[in-house]
Design a protein around this ligand. Structure first.
Ligand code: PLP
Length: 371
């Protein structure tokens, strides 16, 4: 790979040399004190990140538990649903993109699912959410930052409706947590999920979940797949262990990455991500390009990634040459997912990017479009 390669995909994102180096340390047992210390460091930092507390790294263990899975965020999404409605129940799923759809599809396997669905990239009307959630609703699933479209869904407003009906609010914060505001308590989030390889800026392969104290008695681990039994994961997490063999190098890398976030502080990190995504948007719009998502009402554009509609000249099959032109300049960006293939491109500003990376991303897109 070229030395000046720039990874701007919405995950995996670039990681620091310290994060990479941590993975080549000698192996230890996942039942050793050495490993427990690593996991505890990760948990302390995750407590802070998940709750966006302004305190620096202080544990919020009395309010909930951070735990880490061997497995990507999809596993966390399934674990949350399966442990809450593994024997059936009523789930309301908000769908306005690929990952909202994935959450609904996971829930389909366990429960009766009511979808509140609009076109990908459109805002979900709050009155439709209010109409769908009733006192019979057990679980509400929502993707906070829809990676497939670059739209930030209104966690606070949806959480308020879920709480009013005593429904458990499960939020996929995979591309917001660690990069943008996430107020687990103020937004009535009961379970939050994120991935290592997005705004946490760690390598892919593990994911993290925050389970609030208030939801723990709703969890029934025996209804979930054996590997995802949350009662078991929570018990072990208290001892800074996992039920099964931990992916030791990935836990080490995660601990280093999340401690870097504590050092930067979430408020500075959020502010930096907002500045950088605003720069991406301004740069692309200045070229005459249009942002893909339709933010209105309660919805906002993402602060961690930008989705842009491809102009006619490089649309559909013609988009291959554009993406090849970007790659030829040692920059990696993403296209649209599923039916959005050939219609949009997506760039991420998650992690620890510097201003020159943002400028280079904008310049590269402009140059590749002009090829
Ligand atoms: N949720 C969101 C919002 C995502 O962006 C992704 C991955 O891009 C996932 C869930 C699933 O992650 P994975 O495919 O790593 O399990």
């Amino acid at each position: 790979m070229a030395e000046d390669f720039l990874l701007l995909n919405p995950g995996p994102v670039p990681v620091t040399d310290e994060v990479l180096d941590s993975m080549s340390e000698p192996m230890v047992s996942h039942r050793s004190a050495d490993f427990e210390a690593v996991y505890e460091r990760a948990q302390d930092a995750l407590d802070y990140i998940f709750t966006n507390s302004t305190r620096s790294g202080a544990s919020t263990a009395e309010e909930g538990t951070s735990l880490v899975f061997n497995g990507t965020a999809t596993m966390g999404m399934e674990a949350a649903v399966a442990n809450l409605v593994g024997n059936g129940g009523n789930v309301v799923s908000l769908v306005n993109g690929k990952f909202g759809r994935r959450f609904a599809r996971i829930a389909d396997r366990y429960a009766d699912v009511t979808r509140v669905e609009v076109e990908w990239g459109e805002s979900i009307p709050l009155d439709a959410v209010e109409a769908a959630i009733t006192d019979d609703t057990d679980v509400v699933t929502m993707v906070h930052n829809e990676t497939s479209t670059g739209l930030l869904n209104p966690a606070e407003a949806v959480g308020e409706v879920a709480a009013a009906h005593d429904a458990t609010f499960v939020v996929d914060g995979v591309t917001s947590i660690g990069g943008d505001e996430f107020k687990i308590d103020d937004w009535n989030v009961d379970i939050a999920i994120t991935d290592s390889q997005k705004a946490l800026a760690a390598p892919p392969g593990v994911s993290a979940m925050y389970v609030t104290e208030r939801v723990k008695d709703r969890i029934d681990g025996e209804t979930a797949p054996f590997y995802e039994d949350l009662d078991w994961h929570l018990r072990k997490a208290e001892q800074h262990q996992t039920p099964f063999t931990s992916a030791v190098p990935l836990f080490r890398a995660l601990a280093v990455a999340v401690e870097d976030i504590v050092e930067e502080t979430m408020s500075a990190r959020i502010e930096r991500h907002r500045r950088q995504s605003a720069a991406f948007r301004a740069g692309f719009e200045a070229m005459g390009l249009e942002l893909f998502a339709n933010a209105d009402g309660e919805t906002e554009l993402s602060n961690t990634l930008t989705a842009v509609s491809l102009p006619e000249a490089v649309y559909g099959d013609d988009s291959d040459a554009f993406f090849d032109g970007v790659t030829a300049r040692n920059v990696s960006i993403s296209g649209g997912q599923a039916h959005l293939g050939g219609q949009i491109f997506r760039v991420s500003n998650m992690g620890g990017l510097a201003p020159e990376h943002i400028v280079r991303g904008i310049r590269t897109v402009g140059e590749a479009m002009a090829d």
